[in-house]
Design a protein around this ligand. Structure first.
Ligand SMILES: Nc1nc2c(ncn2[C@@H]2O[C@H](COP(=O)(O)OP(=O)(O)OP(=O)(O)O)[C@@H](O)[C@H]2O)c(=O)[nH]1
Ligand SMILES: [Mg+2]
Length: 292
């Protein structure tokens, strides 16, 4: 068999170089182990280089509420308002102040039913929009199975903060886990009750244009850095880019589904959120259960 062939081979090599077959066998074993180690290291390097994760790291029952923070509380998009509405079905009487910390709650809704029977508990995380919460946001996005990006639709507010919206949305859509696993994202155009509220389709188009600008400015900054680094012959880690470099950016170029809907949280309009979570989170749980 194969073992006999190896012994015979070790014997003949041993005879020809004047050592015992045991020594040849020991040398062959060492070479085999070394080759194995080199192969494992090479495979690991390749997987890390192409950012390949073998398993989905996301929590299948977790959604994240995100969006920028603004200086003026009146113009805050309404992330925490949404969080309280989902959690308590009402907004606190004492009002809401700008968030400093991440909040988390397990929410049950009669709409989020698995196979028309059991209500599925969903963990909702409200991450403050302040730049100091960037690390918190990255951690939350790494486990989110859906993201709700909240926007103040009022023209005056949206026009004043559209660059902030694009910057934060760009970071979300190019987050390594979100882009690799195609995490579904809902662009929630809140405050539709206001007279000057922009319709969701207008907001989506404006964000697409702004994201394209953001992409161009990041790419030119990156090129400058990489030119400098090349001069000093160091390698640069290239962050994920959004969409296709040579095409005008559209939300449909994003790896995961992106939906854009309007609502007024002030008027308790939670249907668009319930529907989104039902079709992108709860329905997936149902198919995961069937595949078990
Ligand atoms: N007109 C109107 N105002 C709303 C609506 N939803 C929320 N607001 C108001 O908009 C503001 C939103 O505040 P928050 O919910 O704290 O906003 P946030 O996104 O959590 O802000 P940060 O925590 O600072 O990042 C509050 O003053 C709400 O009363 C809405 O549907 N219509
Ligand atoms: Mg808040």
């Amino acid at each position: 068999m194969f073992g006999d062939d190896v012994l015979e081979f070790a014997g003949s090599v041993g005879d020809s170089i004047g050592v015992s077959s045991d020594v040849v066998l020991a040398i062959l074993c060492v070479i085999f182990v070394l080759v194995l180690i080199v192969l494992i290291v090479l495979l690991n390097t390749l997987l890390a280089k192409f950012n390949v994760t073998q398993f989905d790291p996301r929590d299948s029952k977790c959604i994240v509420i995100a969006g920028p923070s603004v200086r003026n509380d009146e113009e805050a998009p309404g992330k925490t308002t949404l969080f309280f509405l989902l959690k308590n079905k009402c907004i606190p009487k004492y009002g809401i102040v700008s968030s400093l910390d991440t909040s988390e709650a397990v929410v049950l809704s009669p709409v989020w039913k698995l196979d028309h029977s059991t209500s599925v508990p969903i963990t909702v995380i409200d991450v403050p929009g302040a730049p100091s919460a960037q690390v918190e946001l990255e951690k939350a996005l790494a486990k989110a199975s859906a993201v709700i990006f909240v926007i103040d639709s009022r023209k005056s507010s949206f026009d004043a903060h559209r660059r902030d919206y694009a910057r934060v949305l760009y970071n979300i859509l190019t987050h390594s886990v979100v882009s690799q696993w195609g995490t579904p994202t809902l662009l929630l155009c809140n405050k539709q009750d206001a007279k000057d509220a922009l319709v969701p389709s207008k907001i989506q188009t404006a964000l697409e244009q702004e994201l394209q600008r953001e992409r161009a400015s990041r790419q030119s900054a990156l090129k400058e850095i990489s030119d400098n680094e090349t001069l000093h012959s160091q390698s640069v880690d290239v962050p994920a880019s959004l969409g296709f470099a040579d095409e005008v950016f559209e939300m449909s170029h994003v790896n995961g589904p992106v939906e854009c809907v309007g609502c007024s949280l002030k008027n308790n309009q939670l249907e668009p959120i319930y529907t989104f979570v039902l079709s992108h989170v709860v329905t997936n749980l149902s198919s995961m259960k069937k595949n078990k």
